[in-house]
Design a protein around this ligand. Structure first.
Ligand code: AMP
Ligand code: MG
Length: 535
């Protein structure tokens, strides 16, 4: 069986930007080049675990194409289609606040850019398809566990409306890959897998930083101009003025992405500058996690357990810090002081973008027409304190909040009755003390009075809130259940979750159990609450 369509490639990145002349696959420092050509490693027994039907359709691939043997061969990296030009990108980055020098695509190989029938351009990238010149001391491979998490989460995020890279396919290689999952000196073989990721561009902050750090301003400028022309054409021809506009847009997109993370309870886990997309897409799903009980200080990443640099509530400031590093990298493009100052001014605008976005998002989550500072600042602040006070499931709480009835007689209703629609959100009923009830009751009364100012019926408000507060997210334990099954060769749960998470805002009666709180067994199980970077 062969693919019924051929994909049309037009590889602007590799055609227009400087290539590393060295074609060997030796680990090395690369200078003056945006990428190195490299072939994916052959996989002995490719086996499709799952694919995203929406993504396939976008690319012009049919269901029959995706079920074909050839599809698995192509997207595991065994077979190249005409027009593909595989390469790994060169980038650097700040990891946990420290400049790490050259990093690069150590286990990602770009296949090229597909142009679909609507003239949309999609870059394809295989993650886990073998070593590249940027693999440093690692093997260039990925295990099923982490690949499945990336595959499911990127599609789940897309359907939640969060800017993200996409995933076309998840394919087992047939090889085993040794990983020390707990970093405890006990490495084990695990099934190897490859995800085909898809995005308009995979360029990261670190792609610019590396040239600036090397004092290679020519290549820096080439990459900046290329990015503006191809990804931000509405800004106009590259010039110092346009560079500023572009940086401003990157600040806005980054703020917007992080506002979405806060909205759905997502914690990226490794917000290093090499993991920050220039398009403001969520990229590099590693030890990410979802808030279950609302805890602003929570991070899923065991490597970050002490510093908590990348915990839920720090994400907005880390976004700003990362943008400052990008700004530093761009400064050499300007030769006069005035423009460098203007760059700083643009960076200073980030908190404003974030705050505007956060307020709009909170108003929507709470079902308000608009955010009114004088009324809502205090209301939101108090709510977030209440949420963190006792173990409260964030997703269930907001989803259930829509069920609050604005027509209740506030003078006669008891606090206990008032909060009854929210009861499913609590992990430990014994924590619902009378002082908790009183405090939440007081908040709910103020909330209802606030809602009444908007003149919306319960029905109208509920519909709007349900479109912004998801019923289903990829709870940490769900990914782990899918992994346990997939490691036994059973892919049904992975595919069921993929389907479930295509409609995260819909009531799906048959899947109600996945809208419930994290089960107790998952509270402290590895992979369900804490994750290492081992992948
Ligand atoms: P991360 O923090 O996972 O985004 O990775 C940081 C850097 O390490 C990137 O340059 C990755 O490409 C590289 N890397 C991570 N895991 C591997 C691996 N198994 N083999 C080669 N490079 C890797
Ligand atoms: Mg990365």
């Amino acid at each position: 069986m062969t693919l019924s369509v051929s994909l049309d490639f037009d590889n602007r990145f590799s055609q227009q930007l400087p290539a590393d002349p060295d074609l060997s696959n030796q680990r090395r420092q690369v200078l003056g080049a945006c990428y190195s050509r490299v072939k994916p490693l052959a996989a002995s027994k490719p086996r499709l675990v799952a694919y995203s039907s929406e993504m396939a359709e976008q690319l012009g691939l049919s269901t029959i194409d995706c079920a074909s043997k050839e599809f698995a061969e192509i997207f595991v990296g065994n077979k190249q289609l005409q027009g593909m030009d595989p390469y790994a990108m060169c980038y650097g980055g700040h990891q946990f606040g420290h400049w790490a020098g050259q990093l690069g695509d150590g286990r990602a190989i770009n296949l090229g850019e597909v142009v679909n029938t609507q003239s949309q351009r999609w870059a394809l990238q295989l993650k886990g398809a073998g070593p590249t010149p940027y693999s440093r001391t690692a093997d260039g491979l990925a295990v099923l566990r982490s690949s499945l998490r990336e595959f499911l989460c990127s599609e789940a995020m897309f359907h939640l409306g969060v800017p993200t890279t996409r995933a076309l396919s998840l394919i087992l290689t047939g090889e085993s890959v040794v990983r020390d999952m707990f970093y405890d000196g006990n490495p084990q073989p695990e099934p190897g897998a490859v995800v085909c990721r898809v995005a308009s561009s995979f360029v990261r902050f670190g792609n610019f930083q590396i040239f600036s750090a090397q004092g290679d301003i020519d290549t820096l400028k080439q990459l900046v101009d290329f990015t503006i022309i191809n990804e931000f054409p509405h800004l106009g021809e590259p010039s110092p003025e346009v560079y500023l506009k572009w940086f401003d847009e990157v600040c806005r997109l980054t703020a917007d992405m992080i506002v979405h993370w806060l909205r759905v309870g997502f914690v990226h886990g490794v917000m290093n500058t090499d993991n920050m997309s220039i398009l403001g897409l969520t990229i590099d799903y590693g030890p990410y996690g979802w808030l279950e009980n609302y805890d602003p200080a929570w991070t899923p990443n065991t490597t970050d357990a002490n510093g908590k640099r990348y915990c839920y509530a720090n994400q907005p400031q880390i976004g700003h810090w990362n943008l400052a590093q990008l700004g530093n990298a761009l400064a050499p493009l300007f030769n006069d002081e005035k423009n460098v100052e203007a760059l700083q001014q643009v960076l200073n605008g980030y908190p404003k973008y974030f705050e505007q976005g956060r307020k709009k998002m909170m108003a929507a989550k709470l079902g308000f027409e608009h955010y009114i500072d004088e009324l809502d600042d205090a209301l939101v602040e108090e709510l977030l304190e209440i949420l963190a006070w006792i173990e409260t499931d964030m997703t269930i709480f907001y989803r259930s909040l829509a069920q609050i009835d604005i027509n209740v007689a506030l003078e006669s209703i008891e606090d206990e009755a008032l909060m009854s629609p929210l009861l499913d959100a609590y992990y430990l009923p014994e924590q619902i003390t009378s002082s908790y009830q009183q405090r939440l009751g007081k908040w709910l009364r103020a909330y209802i009075q606030r809602l009444r100012k908007d003149n919306k019926t319960n029905e109208m408000r509920r519909q709007e809130m349900d479109a912004i507060n998801p019923k289903y997210v990829l709870r940490n334990y769900m990914a782990q259940l899918a992994i346990d099954k997939a490691e036994e060769g059973d892919f049904v749960l992975t595919n069921n979750f993929l389907e479930l998470l295509r409609h995260p805002y819909d009531e799906q009666k048959e899947h109600e159990q996945y809208a419930a709180k994290r089960p107790d067994w998952a509270r402290n199980r590895a992979g369900c609450s804490m994750l290492s970077c081992s992948s």
